[in-house]
Design a protein around this ligand. Structure first.
Ligand SMILES: [Zn+2]
Length: 251
């Protein structure tokens, strides 16, 4: 009887162990199945998000833009007939444009956010060091596009109007330049509707590998345009139009 109970006990123990084994195997299969379901659900979600983005004509990945405010620090850039400093107008437009681009879901980097240039007191050639640092920064970031903001000047006071420059052999640069020029020319305040210009000598255009344009948003040698360029309303207007051109380019 005691032996019999012992055998029964062993059977019961074996049965329990087998059941546990089966349970853990079933658990494992359930876990695999659940993981597979989760993987499929995540993939489907990613695909549907991309499909929605593609349908809306929006880029699938968040675009990265570098904005470069020309000059800074000891280098004021052009000085206006009204004594306005190019470096200050450039930075004001860049900061407004940054806000518009970020509101349009872009990642924006600035080469400078303050009046300081990109050189140190120990640099013997500060202008060269400044330009080198701007190029290095851009090459490290590898953005989708770069817009460098500047103001123009000419010996004849009558010359005016915004103009966009691109590197002579860059098709993407040309496309971006044309879209931005079109936007600036559409402003009712635009004093002269210019066309884009190819260039092969500007340092930034020569040393940056991604699509880049230089936006000369007006002539500080023209009294009326220089007067507009120092107002926040016109700077804001320029920033908004440039933003629309960039959005169009990325689409
Ligand atoms: Zn300049």
């Amino acid at each position: 009887m005691s032996e019999n109970r012992g055998t029964q006990g062993r059977y019961a123990e074996l049965g329990e162990r087998l059941r546990q084994n089966k349970d853990s195997r079933a658990d494992r299969w359930a876990q695999y199945f659940l993981m597979l379901l989760m993987y499929l659900a995540i993939s489907a979600l990613a695909i549907s998000n991309e499909a929605v983005s593609a349908k809306l004509g929006l880029p699938i990945h968040k675009p990265v833009v570098v904005l470069d405010a020309g000059h800074g620090g000891i280098d004021p850039g052009k000085v206006g007939v009204n004594q306005a400093l190019e470096k200050e107008i450039n930075l004001a437009i860049v900061l407004k444009l940054k806000a518009y681009l970020e509101a349009n879901d872009m990642t924006v980097y600035l080469t400078r956010e303050t009046d300081d240039g990109l050189y140190t007191s120990s640099d013997s050639n500060k202008k060269r060091a400044d330009m080198n640092h701007r190029c290095q920064l851009i090459e490290e970031i590898q953005p989708d596009l770069v817009v460098s903001i500047h103001q123009n000047s000419y010996s004849q006071e009558g010359v005016c109007g915004p103009q966009i420059f691109y590197y002579k052999t860059s098709e993407q640069g040309k496309k971006l330049a044309e879209l931005l020029q079109e936007r600036l020319n559409s402003m009712p305040e635009c004093m002269n509707r210019r066309v884009v210009k190819a260039n092969g000598d500007y340092y930034l255009l020569l040393h940056v590998s991604c699509p880049i344009v230089i936006a000369e948003t007006g002539f500080l040698s023209n009294w009326q345009e220089a007067g507009m360029l120092v107002t926040e309303a016109y700077q804001d207007r320029l920033a908004w139009e440039l933003c629309l051109g960039i959005v169009e380019y990325l689409r």
